[in-house]
Ligand binder design. Structure first.
Ligand code: FE2
Length: 293
């Protein structure tokens, strides 16, 4: 996940920032992970991969299998060999949250920042800041999909303009509602592919099966205008018709006029249906994600 952070204003954040360079990268220092940490990883991995088998998009499952990381906290160098061969991405270790400009620059150069520390035993179900399990298990499998790989580079390159126009919040909502909390129609039903969902046991089930939560068709401008929760399950999700739609709906779209139209307006509250919108019905497993009439 990602929240705003000024350069080097890292007090109060978890993670060891001393020794990080200007690009905020650090060594992964894989040798320093304890046996207990590797065991915790194995339990997290077993629980979430079982849920993912049921609820996640096939692209996520394919990527996860290629990373072969069920046995313990993975070495980023091993994953990088797979990523380089498939989509030319590189993982870089970071202490935790990094400033927006640095984050965008990494993505624009196909480098994905991955937090190096793992959550503690009492945090297995809930975590405020992203850790290596969220960042690696949640994000890296999708980096092996060429569409997500290209989208993230494009997103990184869009950062500068959004910051210059004071519209970072609007751009960040695209990331939030796709890369972190995106749903996609696949294999006749709704599947999760966002890292924030797929790394959370509760939200994986909730996002697909909760009867009350709002699921709306993905529309870039609607997404850019919609507020989100950072400390609770989402009150709405946006559903891609396919991963192709992510790139297809954004390539060639000039964000400038959209930023101009809405950047001084309050965002739409999460979970609120707007006039003329048709949500997807609550989805029972394996059933078709038809919209209500
Ligand atoms: Fe994330």
């Amino acid at each position: 996940m990602k929240t705003p952070l000024s350069p080097k204003s890292t007090s109060g954040l978890r993670g060891e920032y001393a020794g990080a360079g200007d690009d905020f990268t650090v060594e992964q220092d894989w040798q320093s992970y304890s046996p207990e940490a590797h065991d915790r990883w194995r339990r997290l991995y077993a629980a979430q991969s079982a849920l993912a088998a049921r609820y996640a998009a096939p692209q996520f499952l394919e990527g996860l299998a290629k990373l072969d990381s069920a046995g313990g906290i993975p070495r980023f160098d091993d994953a990088n060999r797979v990523l380089q061969a498939e989509t030319r991405w590189t993982l870089v270790a970071v202490p935790g949250f990094i400033p927006d400009a640095v984050f965008f620059d990494h993505l624009a150069h196909r480098r994905f920042p991955v937090t190096r520390w793992l959550r503690e035993e009492h945090e297995l179900d809930y975590l405020v800041e992203p850790d290596v399990f969220h960042d690696f298990f949640g994000h890296v499998p999708m980096l092996l999909d060429p569409r997500i790989a290209d989208f993230l580079e494009m997103y990184g390159r869009a950062g500068e303009k959004a910051m210059a126009m004071g519209a970072l919040d609007m751009l960040a909502r695209i990331y939030w509602y796709t890369i972190e909390f995106g749903l996609v129609r696949e294999e006749g039903g709704l599947k999760v592919f966002g890292a924030g969902i797929v790394s959370s046991a509760g939200e994986t089930v909730y996002a697909i099966e909760d009867e009350a939560v709002l699921r709306l068709p993905f529309d870039p401008e609607r997404v850019m205008r919609t507020a989100y929760s950072i400390d609770n399950f989402q009150q709405n999700y946006f559903v891609l018709d396919s991963l192709d739609q992510l790139i297809g709906s954004l390539v060639g779209l000039d964000f400038g006029p959209i930023y101009e139209r809405w950047r001084h307006e309050q965002p739409l509250p999460a979970g609120q249906l707007q006039a003329g919108e048709t949500p997807f019905k609550a989805v029972r497993l394996e059933s078709l994600g038809e919209r209500t009439p």
